[in-house]
Design a protein around this ligand. Structure first.
Ligand SMILES: [Zn+2]
Length: 203
């Protein structure tokens, strides 16, 4: 994985090694505080209130391979809504690629970022059962839920804060399903394919 550098934790001052060029927030391995890259450098945001329970097969730092591509589990976000929750794992592949692996109640979806630039305002205004316009293409909205960041571990490619609200929208277009996650003005749009847990090779 490229561009490893180190940063001085803004909370405890100890050097955090192996920060990649993609990292925008991470849990300091020394003081456990969640820190993120702000406009003026790295800032501490305190910690997450709830400890994350032990997952079934994934954990931050675990190495494995999927379809003969080696990866490391670099980070995790726990998102919750009402009484339910799910996890999103940030996988760093050895070839420099990154993908999100969603784990929900024992089923897995591998998410790949797509090029479309969707507007946060448009997505906040859309309704389930109607079409939403994303770069001139119509997508049918099948789900829209407000979730909350309940916890995070490791290193992540975006600046998220404890308790932050995330709007999750599912759409269908051109025969494919897409997931959109909107936090503040940031929109991440991915397509997803189901992955069988047996497809992973763990080291
Ligand atoms: Zn620290």
């Amino acid at each position: 994985m490229s561009f490893h550098r180190s940063l001085s934790c803004p909370s405890c001052g100890v050097a955090v090694e192996k920060v990649t060029a993609h990292t925008r927030s991470l849990q300091c391995p020394h003081c456990d505080n969640w820190v993120y890259l702000g406009n003026n450098g790295w800032v501490a945001s305190g910690g997450f209130e709830h400890a994350l329970d032990a997952p079934s097969i994934l954990y931050v730092g675990r190495s494995g391979s999927l379809n003969n591509r080696d990866f490391v589990v670099a980070g995790r976000i726990r998102l919750g809504y009402g009484s339910g929750n799910w996890d999103e794992w940030w996988l760093e592949f050895e070839d420099g690629d990154h993908q999100w692996l969603e784990e929900d109640d024992g089923s897995y979806q591998l998410h790949t970022s797509v090029e479309q630039q969707a507007s946060a305002a448009t997505l906040r205004g859309c309704s389930v059962g109607t079409f939403v316009d994303i770069e001139g293409q119509n997508f049918f909205v099948t789900e829209k839920n407000e979730a909350q960041v309940e916890g995070a571990q490791g290193a992540l490619p975006m600046t998220i804060m404890p308790g932050e609200a995330v709007l999750c929208v599912e759409v269908v277009g051109g025969g494919k399903e897409y997931s959109l996650e909107i936090s503040a003005d940031d929109v991440s749009m991915t397509d997803s394919i189901p992955i069988d847990a047996d497809s992973f090779r763990w080291k």
